[in-house]
Design a binder for this molecule. Structure first.
Ligand code: NAP
Length: 253
C-alpha cells in the first residue's frame, strides 16, 4: 500500500452509541471530493503496517469535516484498534473516494419513491444522501428502513429526525421505519425479506414496492443484501444496470 496515496487527518470527535458501535469525525482535506453514498478508505498504523478499510461517509458532500459510523469487530485487526480512537489522533485517508451506491447511477425519468434499506452500520451512506437536497428534490416519497438486532443498536435516531426536518422541509413524503429483529414487541421485528414478502414493510411505509414506482438501495450485511434482492426480484423489481432497473446494492463488510 503506497502511503503517498493517503493524507494524514486528525480526529475531531468520537461518539459511542453502544459497546460495539461508535462514530467519529475527522478533518477533511480540500482535495477529498465525494458524492453522497460513496465510501472512503481509511488507514490506521498497526505496529509499522498501514491497515486500510472502506467506510461509507456519513457526512454530506458539503460538510467541512468527515463523519464515519463503525462497528467493533471482535478481534478485527482494524476496528479493535480503531475503537480506542481519541480526539487529536491521526488517521490516514486515501485521497480519492469510491463506490457506485449513488443516485447518479439511476437514469431519468425517475420513479416517485426511493427506498433506502439498511442493516447496522450500512445506514451510513443513506445519512449522507439525506443530507443532500438533491435527494429530496428527486423523489416524492423517501422511506428509510433501518434494521438492527436490539433497540440499543439503533443509532442516529435523533439525527435522522433533525435531518428530515432540515433537508426535508416542505417535503411531505418521508418515513423512518426501524426494525428491531430480536425484540418480539417491536412494531416491526421480522427480517427484511419476510417483511417484503408479507407486505408489512409496504404497510408501514404507506407505499408500494413496484417496478414502476420504486428505486431501492440496499446496504449492510451481505446476506441481507442477497436475500432482500431475491425478495424484491420476486416482486418484479430488477437490478440496476447501466442506469436502468430498480435495485442498487453495497455490501458493508
Ligand atoms: P447484523 O448481524 O448484520 O444484524 C443487523 C441487522 O441485520 C439485524 O436486524 C439482523 O437480523 C439483520 N440481518 C442479518 N442477516 C440478515 C439477512 N440475511 N436478511 C435480513 N436481515 C438480516 O449485525 P451487525 O451488528 O451489523 O454486524 C454483525 C457482525 O458483522 C459483527 O459482529 C461484525 O463481526 C460483522 N461486521 C463487520 C463489519 C466490517 O468488517 N466492517 C461491518 C459490520 C459488521 P437478525 O437479528 O435476525 O440477525
Amino acid at each position: 500500500m503506497s502511503i503517498e496515496k493517503f493524507s494524514v487527518e486528525k480526529v475531531l470527535s468520537v461518539h459511542r452509541w453502544a459497546h460495539n458501535l461508535f462514530s467519529f469525525t475527522m478533518t477533511r482535506p480540500a482535495h477529498f471530493k465525494f458524492t453522497a453514498g460513496q465510501f472512503a478508505r481509511i488507514g490506521l498504523m498497526v505496529g509499522d503496517e498501514l491497515v486500510v478499510r472502506a467506510y461509507s461517509v456519513v457526512s454530506s458532500p458539503f460538510d467541512e469535516t468527515l463523519e464515519f459510523f463503525s462497528i467493533v469487530v471482535p478481534d478485527g485487526a482494524f476496528t479493535s484498534n480503531l475503537q480506542h480512537l481519541k480526539v487529536g489522533d491521526e488517521l490516514y485517508l486515501e485521497k480519492i473516494s469510491y463506490g457506485y451506491l449513488t443516485l447518479a447511477r439511476y437514469q431519468q425519468p425517475l420513479p416517485q419513491d426511493l427506498w433506502l434499506l439498511a442493516t447496522g452500520t450500512g445506514l451510513a451512506p443513506f445519512l449522507s444522501m439525506l443530507q443532500d437536497f438533491e435527494t429530496w428534490n428527486k423523489y416524492q416519497q423517501i422511506n428509510l428502513v433501518y434494521s438492527v438486532r436490539t433497540a440499543s443498536e439503533l443509532a442516529y435516531v435523533d439525527r435522522i429526525q433533525e435531518i428530515a426536518k432540515l433537508f426535508g422541509e416542505g417535503h411531505s413524503g418521508f418515513r423512518f421505519i426501524p426494525i428491531i429483529t430480536r425484540d418480539p414487541n417491536a412494531a416491526l421485528h421480522d427480517r427484511l425479506p419476510v417483511l417484503i414478502a408479507n407486505g408489512e414493510l409496504e404497510k408501514a411505509a404507506g407505499s408500494e414496492l413496484s417496478p414502476a414506482s420504486s428505486h431501492v438501495m440496499l446496504c449492510g450485511n451481505p446476506q441481507m443484501v442477497e436475500d432482500t434482492k431475491e425478495a424484491l426480484k420476486q416482486r418484479g423489481l430488477t437490478m440496476n444496470r447501466r442506469g436502468e432497473g430498480n435495485i442498487a446494492v453495497e455490501n458493508y463488510w
